[in-house]
Design a protein around this ligand. Structure first.
Ligand code: SAM
Ligand code: SF4
Length: 490
């Protein structure tokens, strides 16, 4: 059985200021047979995989940004593999170089252009260069002006057009674009080349209809489109047959899911239905929007242990005045009511969040309100960001008078406060036992890593020979603010 050995190409751009530890990176294997098994009849315009493999076309795909971008890249890679391309580890070895980009903060977008600069000379070597994702959508044809050696510009809302666009490039066309956002379609492919052999991402809702005043996502990913529940469940059943035991449902506001089929499944019902699929052992979901977070989600978690003990519920600020300016559609008090709902569940549920510091007009007292919210909620982990003005967003016209230096200071204070909270919380876990899905193996002998259902990373020792992809019991023996250490117990 042929195995494709494909490393995960991760970008340093993705390093947001999270107080947490990243899993060990490692190569993974993808069977071409696995890539072919999908729920729909192959479309006529996509030639069968076997007829095209080894055709000499090679692509390099680098991904920046969030999990949704990661998963979009998995689908793009599957699409290319099905068209006879092979994935390679370096741009030098590729005939097609693709960047799946992020523009959530200015720095991320800038780095894409500096990376494109590095590829200028590669195009003269006859390579095709493409920009996908949020920077593509945001900058559009301007990319051709700034980097004339780019051949393809395609935003995420137009990925369904990718086969057609690739066809145009293969036919010798020099510049192709896909920049629509007014689509009600979601991006589904016949094949998806998943990075992780045990945990599968599944986008259930694309785009965003919220209008947070600082955020480019509604502009770069288009309006909210939910995927049909029967199609989601069919794919989950196939994933289970392929040996995936954990699925992570994705969406910018995953809990705003609105089933377009006559069944009108609620998000909580979908969670339960996914968990019911034979072979599925863990169901995760991210990101939840506080305004759409309702008691039935907690009830589903309580009822079904396979739904993970973790809710990512971004707050952004602890000040109601700042939340209003951010157009977040909830107050501090309303957010805390959602937290109370989660805390009242009949099993402990880890809560993580996102915070922006230095939003235009944020006073020192308002920043202190965010710190006091951290004390009150006692988050298990936190992503934190300095406010970054973004094109087209309403907050762009607000006076961004807080200096970079002051934003950095607030970020450091916030992270320090959270580090203390996490250290104390983690210390209380010493001696506890957790089930861990093993997803990493260290170069050091007998050292493994994986995640608990509450998404805590655990490094542990075990004499076990092949633990990857299995669920093991680990007793916690030590902690850092970002991870747990333990030993395998049987
Ligand atoms: N949809 C999710 C939500 O509403 O919570 C967030 C998605 S966004 C990709 C991830 C995080 O990036 C946000 O929660 C926010 O903290 C941060 N972010 C978004 N726009 C930002 C900006 N202009 N400056 C700084 N951080 C930003
Ligand atoms: Fe951006 Fe707000 Fe939509 Fe999240 S909910 S993607 S922060 S607009």
């Amino acid at each position: 059985m042929p195995l494709l050995r494909v490393p995960r190409q991760r970008s340093p751009l993705n390093s947001c200021d999270r107080i947490e530890t990243l899993a060990m990176t490692r190569p993974f294997h993808v069977r071409i047979e696995d890539l072919k098994l999908r729920d729909r009849e192959p479309r006529n315009d996509v030639p069968p995989v076997a007829a095209l493999t080894g055709g000499g076309k090679a692509f390099f795909l680098e991904t920046f940004g969030c999990q949704m971008n990661d998963h979009d890249s998995e689908k793009v890679a599957g699409l290319l593999l099905s068209r006879g391309y092979q994935q390679v580890e370096t741009p030098e070895a590729a005939s097609l170089i693709l960047y799946n980009t992020c523009s959530i903060r200015e720095k991320a977008a800038q780095k894409v252009f500096s990376r494109l600069g590095e590829y200028r000379e590669k195009q003269s070597a006859g390579k095709v260069i493409g920009v996908l994702g949020c920077v593509a959508q945001q900058e559009g044809e301007e990319i051709f002006r700034r980097a004339p050696w780019v051949n393809l510009v395609c935003g995420s809302a137009s990925y369904r057009k990718l086969p057609e666009m690739l066809g145009q490039l293969e036919a010798g066309n020099q510049r192709v674009t896909g920049l629509e956002t007014d689509t009600d379609e979601t991006f589904e492919t016949e094949v998806t080349r998943r990075d992780n052999p045990w945990r599968a991402y599944l986008t259930i809702i694309e785009g965003c209809d919220k209008a947070c005043s600082y955020c480019v996502v509604p502009f770069t990913r288009g309006p909210e489109r939910s995927r049909a529940s029967d199609s989601i469940l069919r794919e989950v059943r196939q994933l289970a047959e392929l040996g995936y035991s954990e699925v992570q449902l994705l969406g910018q506001t995953v809990n705003s899911y609105a089933d377009p089929t006559p069944r009108r499944m609620r998000f909580s019902e979908l969670l339960l239905a996914v968990a019911d699929v034979q072979g599925i052992r863990r169901v995760r979901f991210t990101t939840s929007h506080p305004s759409d977070f309702r008691p039935d989600i907690v009830e589903a978690i309580e009822r079904q242990p396979k739904i993970c003990d973790h809710v990512h519920l971004p707050v952004q600020s602890g000040s109601t005045r700042v939340l209003r300016a951010m157009q977040r559609t909830y107050s501090r008090e309303e957010y805390l009511e959602k937290i109370a709902l989660i805390r009242a569940a009949n099993r402990p549920i880890a809560i993580t969040t996102d915070v922006i510091v230095g939003f235009p007009g944020e006073t020192e007292a308002e920043f202190e309100e965010t710190l006091s919210l951290l004390d009150e909620v006692q988050y298990d982990s936190l992503f934190s960001f300095k406010y970054s003005p973004r094109p087209n967003t309403p907050s762009l016209s607000m006076n961004d008078s807080i200096s970079e230096e002051e934003k950095s200071r607030r970020l450091a204070v916030l992270q320090d406060r959270q580090r203390g909270i996490q250290s104390a919380k983690n210390a209380r876990l010493v001696g506890n036992r957790f089930e861990v899905l093993v997803s990493g193996k260290s170069r050091r002998d007998c050292q493994w890593s994986g995640y608990t259902t509450s998404h805590r990373m655990v490094n542990f020792a075990s004499q076990g020979r092949e633990l990857l992809g299995t669920y093991v019991q680990v007793r916690i023996t030590g902690v850092t603010p970002n991870s747990l250490a333990g030993e395998h117990v049987t």
